[in-house]
Design a protein around this ligand. Structure first.
Ligand code: ADP
Ligand code: MG
Length: 256
C-alpha cells in the first residue's frame, strides 16, 4: 500500500513563508479533506505538491514510494501515481477530450518504455467507455474540444475523467476559490465517490463545507496560518458548517 507523507513542510512565495510546518499522511483507500479560511495556504499546498516553480520549499519533505517527490518534475510525480488536478485548466481547441486522454496515457507509457507503441485504440475505447459509464457521463463529451467553452462544471468533469483514466494511487484536488458553483462541487464529489476504493487515496482541498454534503471524508483537517491545527473525522466538518472558523482562529491565532 502506498502512502504520501508530508513532513514538516515549509513553503515561501516571494520570500514570505506561507506554509509553516505542515505534516500529513494520506494512504491509498483514504479520503482526506483539508478545510480552512481563505488565505491560509491551501492552494499553496496544492501548487507545491504539483511542483509549481513559483513555490519555494524552504524546509521539509514529501515522500511517496521511497522518493522525496519534491525533487521530481511534475510529470515524474504523475508517473509515480500521483494525480494533481489543475484548478484552472487550459483550453485546447482542436484537441478532443478523448485525444487528450489518449495522449496523456501514451506519454506515460512511453516514459516508462520508449519502445511503447501506445495503447491500442480498441483497448483505449473500452477503457474510456467504462470510465465514462462509471462517472455517468454522456458519451458525446469525449468528442468535444478540451475545455473549449466548457462551463465550470464541465471542466471539473474533464478533470475527474482524466483522473479515472490515469488511475492514480493518490489524487489531490484543490477545489477552492470563487467561480466554483455548487454543480461543479457536486460533480467533483460524485466523481470522487465513484472512484473511491482501496486503491485510491484522495486529498480534497476546499474552503466550502458544503462539498461534504456530497462526500464523506474519512479524515478532516483544518488548516490555519500555514499549518494543520485540528484533525478529526467527518464530524469536524459538520462542526465547521455550524460554527464557522472563528473558534479555530480564537484557539490558534494567539499562538501562531
Ligand atoms: P488559500 O488557498 O488557503 O485561500 P493561498 O494558498 O491561495 O490560500 O494563499 C496563501 C497566502 O499566500 C495568501 O496570503 C496569498 O495572498 C499569498 N499568495 C498566494 N499566491 C501568491 C503569489 N503567487 N504571490 C504572492 N502571494 C501569494
Ligand atoms: Mg485556494
Amino acid at each position: 500500500m502506498s502512502e504520501l507523507v508530508i513532513k514538516n513542510l515549509h513553503v515561501a512565495i516571494e520570500g514570505k513563508e506561507i506554509i509553516r510546518g505542515l505534516d500529513l499522511t494520506i494512504r491509498q483507500g483514504e479520503v482526506h479533506a483539508i478545510m480552512g479560511p481563505n488565505g491560509t495556504g491551501k492552494s499553496t499546498l496544492a501548487y507545491t505538491l504539483m511542483g509549481h516553480p513559483s513555490y519555494e520549499v524552504t524546509e521539509g519533505e514529501v515522500w511517496f514510494k521511497g522518493q522525496n517527490i519534491l525533487e521530481l518534475e511534475p510529470d515524474e510525480r504523475s508517473r509515480l501515481g500521483i494525480f494533481l488536478a489543475f484548478q484552472y485548466p487550459v483550453a485546447i481547441p482542436g484537441v478532443t477530450v478523448a485525444n487528450f486522454l489518449r495522449t496523456a496515457i501514451n506519454a506515460r507509457r512511453r516514459a516508462e518504455n520508449p519502445e511503447d507503441k501506445g495503447i491500442p485504440i480498441p483497448e483505449f475505447r473500452k477503457l474510456l467507455k467504462s470510465k465514462m459509464e462509471l462517472l455517468k457521463m454522456d458519451p458525446s463529451f469525449a468528442g468535444r474540444y478540451l475545455n473549449d467553452g466548457f462551463s465550470g462544471g464541465e471542466k471539473k468533469r474533464a478533470e475527474i475523467l482524466q483522473m479515472a483514466m490515469l488511475q492514480p494511487e493518490i489524487a489531490i484536488l484543490d477545489e477552492t476559490d470563487s467561480g466554483l458553483d455548487i454543480d461543479a462541487l457536486r460533480i467533483v464529489a460524485e466523481g470522487v465517490n465513484a472512484l473511491r476504493g482501496k486503491d485510491l487515496g484522495v486529498l480534497v482541498i476546499t474552503h466550502y463545507q458544503r462539498i461534504l454534503n456530497y462526500i464523506t471524508p474519512d479524515f478532516v483537517h483544518i488548516m490555519l496560518g500555514g499549518r494543520i491545527v485540528e484533525s478529526g473525522d467527518a464530524e469536524l466538518a459538520l462542526h465547521l458548517e455550524e460554527h464557522g472558523y472563528d473558534w479555530v482562529r480564537e484557539k490558534y491565532e494567539a499562538v501562531s
